[in-house]
Design a protein. Structure first.
Ligand code: CUV
Ligand code: SF4
Length: 631
């Protein structure tokens, strides 16, 4: 397995070399061209919130400018910059979720958006207090629930509905510390206001408000996104898939789906099965139509359809460099603006589809929720008709791909856990077996490992190293986002990976017939992790902060990840970040993040770039939690 990882790095090198030969530019060329990145920006002490600036203050209290023109000091400047990252991250997740809810609002028996999981629809509707949730007509109920969800973005009173899932102790903490999130849009707007020139300057207050805004993502937008996508597109189930660039098939028309919103991806999946379009592909000399996923849209599609994963964040350019991608179609988030230009070095057509993320440089076919299939069909036709334009001399698809098992929604995970109990005598359908395994010490604990790639660290190395260290120590890993795809490529999402585990985890994997690293989906699906952890806490009658569970984002880069870290800390889980956010310029703010916040939420941010050291810290953390629980 470790060989695969090594070979995989060889692929990266080979493709970067190919890019040079093809005259194509990659992120590494651009990183080199930037030379040294800005030290003030990196430390978070450059303020350009008003036009008297930009003001860059000194990181040192002993020399240089101590304050911006308005008098803001480094603590205020760092805090405000951090807060605005939380705002943007929360906005990205939640606004993409708003589109999912809109799709559900437009769902109908005979339209393209349907309700596939009526049981889940009724369950969530009842959870949210809709009357007669078990008897109302399906689509009437779906529309009512969608309208209620839209109110979660803008309701004038009250807090997020899903907070009630959490243990009471946690809900009390959120109330007491004033971090229970109200309407999502309100939380973002009010924090943007707070961080406007001449508003909040108290770093503690700004951090607290950042947590509350981020909470409206984790327990609001993201959780709605996960649950509603399941209702419309199906609850993910265990299924086999494959991952890495080798899933691109030179004999077929290849369509690379990249972005986040399942609405577009689902429609492309449907349209790609249209026999007329497949026939058209054959007429063009291809064997068929091959849809492959990249980043979170790839996660959504592999979880629900087994669509193969071409790669994670840092491979988006490499997929095009293979020369065998007919169309790269994208919606929102994590898409390099470099792609259209890169595509021009090959025959690839780049198509953006979202008015929120119109990307200049090639095609734009707008995705419209009222007529979603026409966009999807046009994308596929474009790909099919582009097949003949391929330059055979530029096609070079690396052969490597790994087998992968995906699909561990909360429901599916609980189903898998039932395999470890005696169905005649024990309760089934709950997280009790998981709690039992942890309490018995068979599993020492669990880690949610999530987030992106970042060229500041060797791609996938931190993800894989951390996961391997933890499973070796009997810590089960649940993964999402690009971390999940790193695990997939390294062969950690297959049953055989149990050989890399400690004795306890290995035994648990054998009994439940699961891999030691569980793919739980996309970034918004971190809400699945929150939900699972919450169920365990409730089942054991403890607070989330008492559980031997941690969060980690070893290679993150996005503002979304900053919001995620903040809601995970707010939920009571220590969160290990492998890349420094832009806060090192304020010792006081760093102290608040790594210590102060512990007093409010029972958890903190931990900064550690070395994954081996991070694993050691996590093990000590987990063992400490166990001791305190007396287990
Ligand atoms: Ni939403 S946010 S690079 S695709 S995990 Fe991947 Fe995940 Fe980060 Fe983006
Ligand atoms: Fe400078 Fe203050 Fe304006 Fe920031 S808000 S740019 S520190 S004057």
């Amino acid at each position: 397995m470790s060989n695969e990882l090594l070979e995989f790095d060889v692929i990266a090198e080979a493709l970067i070399e190919k890019a040079q030969k093809d005259g194509a530019e990659t992120m590494w060329d651009r990183k080199a061209a930037l030379k040294t990145q800005c030290g003030f920006g990196e430390a978070g002490i450059c303020c350009r919130i008003c036009v008297m600036g930009p003001c860059r203050v000194s990181p040192s209290p002993d020399k240089g400018a101590q304050r911006g023109i308005c008098g803001a000091d480094r603590d205020t400047i760092v805090a405000r910059n951090f807060a605005r990252m939380c705002c943007a991250g929360t906005s990205a997740h939640s606004d993409h979720v708003r589109d999912i809810v809109h799709a559900m609002y437009h769902s109908s028996e005979d339209g393209p958006f349907k309700i596939r999981e009526e049981g889940k629809l009724r369950k969530i509707a009842a959870e949210w207090g809709i009357e007669e949730a078990d008897t109302k007509e399906t689509y009437a109920l779906a529309h009512e629930l969608a309208e209620m969800a839209l109110m979660e973005f803008g309701k004038p009173f009250g807090t997020q509905n899903f907070l009630k899932r959490a243990p009471e102790s946690r809900q009390e903490i959120w109330e007491k510390e004033n971090i229970a999130p109200r309407a999502i849009d309100q939380e973002v707007v009010t924090l943007m206001h707070s961080t406007h020139m001449g508003c909040a300057s108290d770093p503690e207050s700004i951090l607290r408000r950042s947590l509350r805004t981020s909470m409206s993502d984790g327990w609001g937008g993201s959780m709605i996104g996960t649950e509603f996508s399941d209702i419309m597109y199906g609850v993910p189930k265990e299924r086999a898939s494959e991952s890495n660039l080798g899933v691109i098939d030179p004999e077929q028309v290849n369509i690379m789906l990249h972005g986040h919103d399942p609405n577009l991806a689902e429609m492309i999946a449907v349209a790609s099965k249209n026999p007329e379009l497949i026939e058209m592909a054959k007429e063009q000399g291809a064997k068929g139509i091959n849809v492959v996923g990249m980043c979170c849209t790839g996660n959504e599609m592999t979880m629900r359809h087994g669509i193969k994963i071409a790669g994670n964040f840092y491979q988006q350019e490499m997929a095009i460099i293979t020369g065998a991608v007919e169309v790269a179609v994208v919606d929102v988030q994590c898409i390099f603006p470099a792609l259209p230009k890169l595509a021009k070095s090959y025959h690839t057509r780049f198509i953006s589809t979202s008015p929120k993320a119109k990307i200049a440089g090639d095609m734009y076919i707008e995705f419209n929720e009222e007529d979603p299939l026409s966009c999807a069909e046009e994308v596929i036709k474009t790909a099919v008709m582009n097949f003949k334009n391929r330059d055979a001399s530029k096609v070079d698809v690396p052969e490597l791909k790994a087998e992968t098992i995906v699909g561990y929604s909360v429901e599916t995970t609980i189903g898998a856990l039932d395999r470890v109990v005696n169905s005649q005598t024990d309760v089934t359908g709950t997280v009790k077996p998981l709690g039992d395994l942890v309490w018995a010490g068979v599993l020492r604990g669990a880690a949610g490992i999530v987030g992106c790639n970042n060229p500041k660290v060797e791609h996938d190395y931190a993800h894989i190293t951390l996961m391997k260290e933890l499973i070796k120590n009997d810590v089960i890993c649940v993964v999402t986002g690009c971390a999940a795809q790193a695990a997939a490529k390294a062969g950690l999402l297959k049953l055989e990976a149990k050989e890399l585990c400690g004795r306890g985890l290995k035994e648990a994997c054998e009994r439940a017939n699961i891999p030691p690293v569980l793919h739980m989906g996309s970034c918004v699906d971190i809400s699945r992790i929150l939900h699972l952890v919450t169920l365990v806490a409730n089942e054991r009658g403890v607070d989330i902060a008492e559980l031997p569970v941690v969060g980690a984002a070893p290679e993150y880069m996005s503002e979304k990840a900053v919001a995620i870290a903040s809601y995970v800390v707010s939920s009571g889980l220590n969160t290990y970040l492998g890349v420094m956010p832009y806060v090192s310029g304020s010792e006081n703010f760093m102290k608040l993040m790594t210590e102060g916040v512990k007093e409010w939420t029972g958890a903190a941010y931990v900064f550690e770039s070395d994954p081996i050291k991070a694993a050691e810290l996590i093990m000590a953390d987990i063992e400490d939690k166990r001791t305190k629980l007396g287990i």
